[in-house]
Design a protein around this ligand. Structure first.
Ligand SMILES: C[S@@+](CC[C@H](N)C(=O)[O-])C[C@H]1O[C@@H](n2cnc3c(N)ncnc32)[C@H](O)[C@@H]1O
Length: 230
């Protein structure tokens, strides 16, 4: 019930401005039928979505998609779903996907909380990546941070038994918050935690927002968590 109310009132994003470039718009028009999954309140039939059955990796808030496409290209034996609400980022990601020729990638344009709740089957994910989520630095906005107890429960229920959750941030105060929420969670165990200067990313490529943070002199925090067995 609490989760339902939060879903309606507090979101982890505001739609950023920024127009689609003509090539991004064309990518959305031309490539969406190939890569897009429409949001719907019904559970996805994953067998019908991908050409082959393979471990499924989900990335939440992939931004411009460079990192997501790179991971899909480097792991042809896995399937990838990316969720993002920022349309210019989706257009950019589609252009990269076409350039790279990846066939193991699908995209959803919708609030990831609702996609997870409504469309992603229980026990279906091998891995969830959350790289540099919006930090919401002002105290009055902390409730918008996507890493919360309900979020961890939502992810844990959709991960398979050996599934992993990977998080990275460049905001010290968000890192403290993530540490606290993870420490209180009985659904995840931290397998590895790193604090570094961008040189020890934990099993992931560097992202655009990470580069921005590093330019500002921020440190980087990475977590890999395994779903706790019940
Ligand atoms: C700070 S950016 C990081 C982008 C990228 N991961 C990177 O590291 O470069 C966070 C992204 O998450 C997206 N986002 C935030 N909340 C979301 C949600 N509930 N569903 C889908 N996307 C979301 C935003 O639109 C934004 O593009």
């Amino acid at each position: 019930m609490e989760e339902q109310q939060n879903r309606r009132t507090i979101r982890s994003f505001v739609k950023r401005g920024g127009r689609l470039t003509p090539s991004q718009q064309k990518a959305l028009d031309d490539l969406w039928p190939e890569y897009g999954i429409e949001y719907s309140p019904d559970i996805l039939q994953l067998d019908a979505v991908f050409n082959t059955s393979a471990p499924l990796v989900l990335e939440i808030g992939y931004g411009n998609g460079e990192t997501l496409v790179q991971q899909a290209a480097e792991n042809p034996n896995k399937n990838f779903i990316g969720i993002e609400v920022h349309e210019p980022g989706v257009g950019h990601c589609l252009l990269r996907a076409r350039e790279t020729g990846v066939e193991n990638l699908r995209l959803v344009v919708h609030d990831a909380i609702e996609v997870l709740s409504d469309q992603i089957p229980l026990d279906s994910l091998a891995r969830v990546n959350l790289y540099f989520p919006d930090p919401w630095p002002k105290a009055r906005h902390h409730k918008r941070r996507i890493v919360q107890h309900d979020f961890l429960r939502l992810i844990a229920d959709r991960l398979s038994d050996s599934g992993t959750l990977h998080i990275a941030t460049d905001w010290a105060n968000y890192a403290e918050h993530i540490d606290e929420v993870l420490a209180q969670s009985d659904r995840f165990e931290i397998t590895e935690r790193r604090e570094h200067d961008g040189d020890q990313a934990l099993d992931r490529p560097r992202t655009k927002f990470e580069r921005r943070g590093l330019k500002k002199g921020h440190r980087i925090w990475d977590w890999c968590c395994t779903k706790a067995l019940e």
